[in-house]
Design a protein around this ligand. Structure first.
Ligand code: ADP
Ligand code: GLC
Length: 487
């Protein structure tokens, strides 16, 4: 099975969120179970102009500097770099016009143009590397153009005669809108318009949903949710229509990166059998956030993009009730200025209990996972969510809202049965969040029961191996569908 996975972010090279984690780990897991898989991603340069999301510039060796990409009425060129992350090769498209601005994502028409170019370059590079792919696995709107090019521009290219596409939705809310007048510039003729049209503009997310052989999303629950008006971002009719081709495959965790027994970022190591080191991590975290050290008090944490998706409004409303109990509150995140200002104000009001860090910091994200006792994810929607799974492994008890992947991975702890790995509420309400926090506190101060709860989580296994097998099964089905249906 020959797979090409295209993604706008790939850890350890680039990351703004969970997509980078997935595109970094899944191909390696696929390669370990015998898939021939190559990853293609942009090479972002100009780093330093905007700090944050580009993680590393170590992108291996340049293998050629003359990839020809017909685009915008001309022949454009890109250099191609290659690195071997951990088995599967990662190829980088290097074009300064589109990717030399020091950021991963910008906005508007130019962003659509950047990723339309990238998508076309993926197909040209596939041909240059040779060996027709059975499946091109596309991820989110940035790669939604790929199925559209295959069906409308490369439809009679013998190289892709058997190639199927899987389009994975990581977040339906980001749809890659652009003005329809750009379609000819991107190399499409008007017949594609119906497949991409969205309220008089064009959406590359919709292009991916419409033109791909099959669809998937990153948890079974989100696969159901997006077929409803509440979670469907106005694309639910199309998703219901394609419901028979839509799979929900839960993401995994890269336990090489996220394991408190080996994590290189931690002050001490620990595991389910010996949790002692976690206390040293808690002390270290409080010191890092310049807070007084009282190891008996619970540390409640969030690590997140500060957007409404993440239920920041609920945290904001519930925070005083959390602080009233004497708990610490620690935040690592960046995003909307209004949220940053609010948490800065909370920090200034209760400086002995609250620590904030605004920015993107990978080492600190590991340290927070290890040093905290409770982790909040009261998301308004959550396609999968990785941090709750990281929290479980780190013995940090998640309090989540039961949406998407959060509902699929977290079960409420019951004191009578001692079953469950966290706390879960459903209604989008700060009262429900506060109630779950109080419920968790009763167990927190019962040390034996708390250990039990922590261990229930630490012993869960969300490794990528399971997910990789699910993807491999899906690829086989999709190849069959492609042959039967012709696209
Ligand atoms: P999403 O992709 O919607 O942001 P996920 O839970 O899938 O949510 O993944 C978020 C990833 O980004 C996690 O690996 C998390 O640790 C990381 N992350 C989020 N915010 C930051 C930050 N400010 N600094 C470092 N890592 C962060
Ligand atoms: C998106 C989603 C998140 C998911 C991640 C990786 O960013 O918001 O829930 O875990 O993609 O699939």
């Amino acid at each position: 099975m020959r797979i090409i996975l295209a993604s706008s972010e790939v850890v350890p090279y680039s990351k703004t969120g969970g997509l980078g984690d997935v595109a970094g780990a899944l191909p390696q897991a696929l390669s370990r179970i015998g898939c021939d898989v190559a990853v293609i991603t942009p090479r972002y340069t100009g780093y330093g102009k905007r700090s944050g999301d580009v993680v590393s510039h170590e992108t291996g060796e340049m293998i050629f500097d003359d990839l020809r990409v017909p685009f915008a009425g001309a022949m454009k060129y890109a250099a191609v770099w290659r690195d071997y992350a951990d088995g599967a090769p990662v190829y980088f498209i290097d074009n300064a016009e589109y990717f030399g601005h020091g950021y991963i994502y910008g906005s508007g028409n130019f962003d659509a143009e950047r990723f339309a170019f990238f998508s076309r370059a993926v197909l040209e590079l596939a041909k240059r590397i040779g060996g027709s792919p059975d499946v091109i696995h596309c991820n989110d709107w940035q790669t939604g153009f790929i199925p559209a090019y295959l069906r409308n521009v490369y439809w009679n290219d013998p190289f892709f005669a058997r190639t199927a596409t899987l389009f994975t939705i990581h977040n339906l809310a980001y749809q890659g809108f652009f003005e329809k007048d750009l379609l000819p510039k991107f190399g499409f003729d008007w017949q594609v318009y119906d497949g991409m049209e969205f309220h008089n503009a064009v959406s590359s997310m919709k292009a991916g949903l419409h033109f791909s052989t099959a669809l998937s999303t990153v948890s079974p629950k989100y696969a159901e949710e997006i077929q409803t008006a509440e979670f469907g971002n106005k694309l639910d009719p199309l998703l219901r229509w394609r419901g028979g081709d839509l799979l929900g495959i839960l993401n995994g965790v890269d336990y090489n990166e996220w394991n408190p027994a080996t994590d290189k970022h931690l002050a001490a190591h620990y595991s389910a059998d010996n949790l002692e080191g976690k206390l040293a991590c808690k002390r270290d975290l409080l010191e890092k956030y310049h807070l007084p050290i009282d190891l008996d008090k619970p540390v409640v944490a969030i690590v997140t993009r500060l957007t409404s998706q993440k239920g920041i409004d609920l945290t904001r409303e519930a925070i005083w009730r959390i602080l009233e109990t004497g708990a610490y509150f620690i935040l690592l995140g960046s995003g909307a200025e209004s949220y940053e200002n609010y948490f800065q104000h909370v920090r200034e009001t209760v400086p002995k209990q609250v620590g904030v860090y605004f920015g993107f910091n990978t080492a600190l994200s590991h340290q927070v996972e290890a040093g905290a006792d409770l982790f909040l994810m009261p998301s308004s929607y959550e396609p999968c969510g990785l941090n709750q799974m990281y929290s479980l492994k780190y013995g940090t008890v998640p309090i989540v809202r039961g949406v998407g992947g959060l509902d699929d991975t977290i079960t409420n702890f019951e004191r009578t049965t001692e079953r469950g790995n966290g706390y879960k509420f459903y209604e989008y309400s700060a009262d429900r969040l506060a109630e779950k926090f109080y419920e968790s506190l009763m167990v927190y101060y019962d040390r034996d029961m708390w250990r039990k709860l922590q261990r229930n989580g630490m012993r869960e296994d969300f490794s990528w191996e399971r997910a990789a097998h699910n993807y491999l099964n899906a690829y086989h089905k999709i190849v069959g569908a492609r042959l039967a249906r012709g696209w």
